[in-house]
Every structure is written in C-alpha cells, then in structure tokens.
Design a protein around this ligand. Structure first.
Ligand code: GAP
Length: 489
C-alpha cells in the first residue's frame, strides 16, 4: 500500500470510530475515567446491531440445522479445564518492553510490522524469510535469538526510536481471579479465554440429553477474556469480547469432508450478510497448531488490512482426548451405524461477535456527494439494521402526530421503530441515515385524507407513496432473516 493510501485508510478507521461514538454505537468503557484500554461499551444502536448479528448467527446454526443445538455454559470453569486444553502452559504471547519509553509490545507483532514494511517496499522474499525465521524461533521457544533478530533487523520502539529492548518473556493471556470467601478455601480460577471448552466439557451431557447422533453440532455465544498485550484497532482486539463458536462432532476419518463443507458454508454466510466477495479472503494455514489437521481464517479487508474475522479448524480429537485424560471420564460416543465406540473428531467454526460487528460497520459506512454536499450513511442490510423504520410526522400539529403514533402502535410489536417529530424533515432523514435506518415513513396532510404515507429509501433517497395498510407487509418482506438465510443457499 502506498503511503497516501495507507493514510487515507487510517483516516477512514478514525472516521468510523468517531461515527460509532457520536451516533450511539460504541463508547470507550468507563469513559468519564478516561476509559479502560481495549474495553468498550455498546450504545443503543450498537446494542441493537450486535443483538441482531448474534441472533442471525444463532438461528442460522440452530434453526437451519436440525443436528445443531445450543448451550450457555458458565464463564468460570474448573481450573483443570485449562490445564487439559493447553491454555495454562501455552496460551502465551512473546512480550518485550522498551527500556526508554517503558512501552510494552508483542515481539512477534513488531517483527511482523517489519516484514510488512519489506513487503510494501516490494521485497517479498525478504519479508517471507523474516517471517519464517521468526516462526522457527517461536516454535523452538528460543526467545534469546528472537531478541537478537529484532536487534539485527533494527526494529525500534515507535515512541522512543531506540532498540533498547528488555529480554523477551512469554506472557500468559488468561485473566485469573480467586474463588471462595475464606482465604484458605480460595483457589485460582480463570476467566475463560474461549467459549469452546464450555462446549467440550458438556459434549456427553448434550449428546445424551438432546439424543444427538454423530455428526452433530453444539453452538454457543458468550463472553471470552484475554489479557492482550497490545490492544489495537478499536474493537478488533479487545480484552473482554464475545465469541460465537460451534463445535461439530464427527466420526474419525470423515473430518476433512466436513471441514470443507463448513468452510464453504461460512464463506456463503458472510456473503449473505452483504459483504462483497472481493473484500473477503480465505486464508488457509500452512503452519498448523499441534492439535489441528486443517485450519483457515476468513479474512475481511478492514481499513487496516486483511484480517481474520472467523477461524475454521479441524481440531481432531485433541480436546475430548485431553479432557478424557485429565477428568478420567470416558468421552466416547457409541456409533450404532458402525457398531463402535470412539472419541469423535471436531470441526470448529469460531467468530468474534465484536469483530463481525466491526466488519459490518466498516462495510456499511458510506460517504458520498449529494447535491454538492457530503452525505454519510450506514448501509446495513435491513434485516440487521438497528432501527427498521422511523415514523415522522411532517409537522407537530393538524393531527399528524396522532396518525403517526397509530402507525407506530401497529408496527412496534414486530419491528424496532423510532418516532420522531422534532426538527425539519430533512434533518430527521439525515439523522436516520447516520444510524442506518433503511426506511423513513413520513406522515403528511395527504395521510389524513387518504391513509397513504411516503417511504424514503435510505440508500437511494428515493421516495414513494404507499397505503398505510401495506407498511407491515413491506417491512416484513424487507427485514426478515429469511431473505438472508435464502442468500446462504
Ligand atoms: N476456539 C478457537 C479460538 O478461540 P481464536 O482464533 O483465538 O480461536 C476465534 O479466536 C475468533 O474470536 C477470532 O477469529 C476473532 O473473531 C475472535 N477474537 C479472538 N481474540 C479476540 C480479541 N482479543 N478481541 C476480539 N475478538 C477476538
């Protein structure tokens, strides 16, 4: 990316962050105390949008698949869970401090940034070699040589400009706390760093109580916590975030077939949300985690580059085997079709609700010229828009507010509707554009005479006259999830 292009992209992210705050989508957490790094709160419209996204994911998993059911496991889990999953021993990032600026960094991110500089300068071979060397050193946990690599590459702190680095240390990303009111009783437990383990430990409970037969899936939406060393890019990398994960249990030997099926399905899902194909990328992993036999990321072209939104992993029987070993309880399924007991293999789809939110916001944010003026609006698909329609009486008199209130009363049980009578109609349209309301319904003097209203369409600003009796049907058609589901194929 050329420098001016990169600057424009950074400015775009700044505009999106400012818009999100100004119009009630996302606020810094506890802002009156100057915020808390990498923690955010969702405002009125952000909450609606996020809830819509979570509901869409949930329904597309559980309603569209007869063999997927949901759970809602606790955030706190028995500490041995995290020993078994490998998080206690190896959920680490390499951390380094600059002695002059006292700023803390992830060593791998600094080296990746350097490789990106080589790439931007056109030296792809140098970038690749650097990343490969880093990968080998990280695998070997050779942090001393990793530091030497940083020095050799003249990697400096962006704040102090020096290469006065401390030793690199492994930093575990799990947050811990104590349970129990008496000091003696207390023991360390963790805030879950992923929701997946709440599914694995309930695998047999769900299989038995919901009488599931392999292949079947368990879906879950819930909070996860990671003490990220470097928190950057707004809600892209947070310390408290939400995951939407689905573990699909299959017969060993069939996993790659299901992996392919889920990879294709999830790509279609993102496209059905209105994300253009050219902004989505499938990134197959060359280097696999020790427990995986295939893995890929679905990436979106954010203003700060192509980045992961969702991960799809073929996790073999790693997790269930580990829980079997640590709990000493069999995690087997009896498959009547092959008359055999086995520990199932697992395909995982894992997406962050906040990252999905950011992708939708970036994709929706539109600036254009209209009549010589800049117009900004959020082009959400109607099914996901926080507010479906605004009902706007043209003036605050002549019975128009009463008529408008009647329309609200008729629609509010099925749609999130706003009623607004203050300010000029033009200003009210602009306000709805800024929060992404797809339809503005104006009630005027003609409405009193013939029970018709005008609908103004957000994306085209075109207006049409329709009978009030048609409003419910039109909104149902335009805003239903069914349309999105059908686009998933
Ligand atoms: N169970 C597998 C797992 O947790 P992951 O790649 O670490 O895999 C899955 O995370 C997804 O969770 C990511 O694709 C991303 O959308 C989201 N995610 C991970 N860390 C996050 C963070 N710090 N802030 C926001 N979202 C995050």
């Amino acid at each position: 990316m050329a420098k001016t292009e990169a600057t424009q992209e950074t400015n775009l992210l700044k505009d999106i962050i400012a818009h999100a705050k100004e119009y009630g989508f996302v606020y810094p957490s506890s802002e009156i105390y100057d915020g808390l790094q990498a923690v955010y709160d969702y405002g009125p419209y952000g909450t609606e949008l996020k809830n819509n996204l979570k509901r869409l994911w949930w329904e597309s998993m559980t309603r569209l698949h007869e063999n997927i059911v949901g759970v809602d496991a606790a955030i706190f889990m028995h500490p041995t869970t995290w020993k078994a999953s490998g998080h206690v021993d190896s959920f680490n990032d390499p951390m380094v401090d600059n002695k002059d600026s006292k700023k803390r960094y992830r060593a791998d991110v600094l080296i990746e940034d350097k490789a990106a500089q080589y790439e931007q300068a056109g030296d792809l071979a140098k970038a690749k070699a650097l990343l490969e060397e880093m990968g080998k050193l990280l695998d070997a946990e050779d942090l001393k040589t990793l530091r030497e690599l940083m020095i050799r590459e003249e990697i400096t702190c962006p704040l102090s400009g020096t290469a006065n680095w401390t030793e690199i240390r492994q930093f575990n990303l799990m947050f811990s706390t104590q349970v129990g009111s008496v000091a003696d009783d207390s023991s360390t437990i963790y805030l879950r760093p992923e929701t997946a383990q709440g599914i694995f430990v309930n695998f047999l409970n769900v299989q038995k109580t919901a009488r599931m037969k392999v292949p079947f899936g368990i879906a879950q939406i819930g909070k996860a916590f990671r003490n990220e060393i470097v928190a950057r890019q707004f809600i892209f990398r947070m310390r408290e975030f939400e995951q939407m994960e689905m573990q699909y249990f299959v017969r060993p030997g069939t996993e790659l077939e299901y992996y392919k099926e889920w990879a294709d399905k999830r790509m279609k899902w993102h496209r059905a949300l209105g994300i253009p194909s050219e902004k989505l990328r499938r990134h197959d992993h060359d280097k696999l985690a020790h427990y995986a036999n295939a893995a890929l990321d679905i990436e979106y072209e954010f203003p700060f580059g192509n980045k992961e939104v969702e991960g799809i992993h073929s996790r073999t029987d790693f997790d269930l085997m580990a829980h079997q070993k640590y709990s000493k309880k069999k995690q087997q399924y009896f498959d009547p079709e092959v008359n055999q007991n086995y520990v199932p293999y697992v395909i995982e789809t894992s997406i962050g609700a906040d990252r999905l939110f950011l992708m939708m916001l970036c994709n929706a944010y539109t600036e254009e010229e209209l009549g010589g003026k800049k117009r900004v609006y959020l082009k959400f698909p109607p099914a996901l828009a926080p507010v479906k329609a605004a009902i706007l009486p043209l003036v605050k008199k002549d019975g128009l507010p009463d008529k408008a209130r009647e329309i609200v009363a008729n629609l509010k049980y099925d749609f999130n509707i706003i009623y607004e009578e203050a300010a000029s109609i033009g200003k009210r349209y602009t306000r709805q554009d800024l929060i992404g309301t797809p339809y503005c319904i104006a009630v005027d003097h003609q409405t009193i005479e013939d029970d018709t209203v005008t609908i103004r369409h957000r994306d085209t600003t075109e207006q049409e006259r329709v009978p009030i009796t048609e409003l419910h049907g039109r909104l149902s058609e335009a805003c239903s999830f069914k349309r999105v589901f059908e686009a998933m194929g």
